[in-house]
Write a protein that binds this ligand. Structure first.
Ligand SMILES: Cc1ncc(COP(=O)(O)O)c(C=O)c1O
Length: 386
């Protein structure tokens, strides 16, 4: 019913993915951007209709009680996804990264160490360091072809100043969807070291090859010590709308979170964010299902293409997200040149692995684009790396 093959021209809309290319790569034309994590797909009709309905009322003033309006809808959605939550656990906010920033400022101290599996989503590192906290990276390693977090490798670096763990599932950038036994290890580790947990589950609708389980369901400790952050914005491609939410089952943590969020602007959601959540979660199911099928198809295409044509470039078969983590270190090129080659010779933009905690020679590919463009990008990479 929905046409994800359609080419939508996003140029000249102040769009990061397309309009930043000129500035970042002056003089290089015709790049296919597959970096930043939004989709080149049109928004679903139901969300567009809801926006049109909203603009029939010509005033966009302050709202009275956004949480009571939206929490029941979010609750239903997440309850159906299997989350062990209550309605009261949900606190609506402006954006996932903004919420994480607030949690770090409210629940840790300057100089604290925060455990962060690496490679990591760039803003996690930025919010930790911008708040004068310290990243304690825990490198994820390939075990039988699967990226796993080896917590024992950082055990001796944990001390009194270590206060938090940022977990991300499905994991950006590796696309890992963690198994229950691994999540239990995370929960036990955090319990042993008295760490609060932020679990960023914004990609949880993108469990592509296996079921997704929320961290809070793992055990009592996880339930009462985790801030789960999520949003409808990845799934429904409305990142520019800025809306998100946090689920906090521990009443004391929730009270403190709300107290310090008050008058910080964090509880505010714009008029269209309110409409977006309602339309996405109440009416967007069909679009979502079809979009996920399309992403699965794109993923399968790339995995097959590289395996057959470029076997020395290792594409990690992501279990979730619409991202692929790619290892170019065996490609035969100097790892410091990979980005230049991708841009200047292939004219394909992938996000540089350096930005994910220093992974030179790695890159993150965004699969959420029309298939014909994806095929063109793969062919371009092949023509240079073959
Ligand atoms: C893991 C993760 N968290 C958060 C975000 C961004 O969320 P927001 O735009 O609500 O800050 C992204 C976007 O790519 C993401 O991948």
């Amino acid at each position: 019913m929905y046409n994800f093959d359609k080419i939508v021209n996003r140029k000249n809309t102040n769009c990061y993915k397309w309009d930043s290319l000129k500035t970042k790569y002056p003089g290089v034309e015709d790049i296919i951007p597959m970096g930043i994590a939004d989709m080149d797909f049109e928004v679903c009709d139901e969300i567009e209709k809801a926006f049109k309905e909203r603009i029939k009322h010509p005033v966009y003033g302050y709202y009275y009680d956004i949480n009571s309006d939206l929490a029941p809808i979010i609750y239903e959605r997440y309850k159906n996804k299997g989350y062990d939550i209550e309605l009261d656990d949900i606190v609506v906010g402006t954006g996932v990264v903004y919420i994480i920033n607030h949690i770090i400022r409210t629940f840790t101290e300057i100089g604290d160490k925060i455990v962060l599996p690496a490679p990591y989503y760039t803003p996690f590192g930025a919010v930790i360091e911008n708040n004068d906290r310290i990243i304690l990276p825990c490198e994820m390693k390939l075990v039988d072809g699967v990226y796993k977090t080896d917590l024992s490798s950082i055990e001796d670096q944990i001390d009194q100043s270590t206060s938090m763990f940022i977990f991300c599932n499905p994991h950006n950038p590796t696309g890992r969807v963690f198994d229950n036994d691994e999540m239990l290890e995370v929960a036990d580790f955090c319990q042993r070291h008295n760490l609060l947990i932020i679990s960023d589950e914004i990609h949880s609708d993108f469990a592509l090859t296996k079921p997704f389980y929320p961290l809070i369901n793992i055990n009592e400790f996880a339930k009462y010590n985790t801030f789960t952050v999520s949003s409808c914005t990845k799934t429904f491609n409305i990142a520019g709308i800025k809306v998100a939410f946090c689920m906090i089952s521990n009443p004391e943590l929730r009270e403190k979170y709300i107290k310090y969020a008050k008058h910080s602007g964090l509880g505010d959601v714009n008029s269209f964010g309110i409409e977006a959540i309602k339309a996405a979660y109440l009416k967007g199911q069909r679009w979502e299902e079809e979009m996920l099928e399309y992403i699965r198809g794109n993923r399968a295409y790339v995995l097959d293409f590289f395996k057959k044509n470029l076997p020395d470039i290792k594409v990690n078969p992501s279990e979730g997200t619409y991202l692929l983590w790619i290892d170019f270190t065996g490609s035969g090129k100097d790892i410091n040149d990979i980005q230049k080659i991708l841009i200047n010779d292939c004219k394909v933009e992938l996000n540089d692995g350096l930005a994910y905690g220093g992974y030179s020679g790695f890159a993150r590919m965004n699969l959420a684009l029309p298939r014909c463009r994806l095929i063109e990008a793969c062919n371009r990479i092949y023509s240079v790396f073959k």
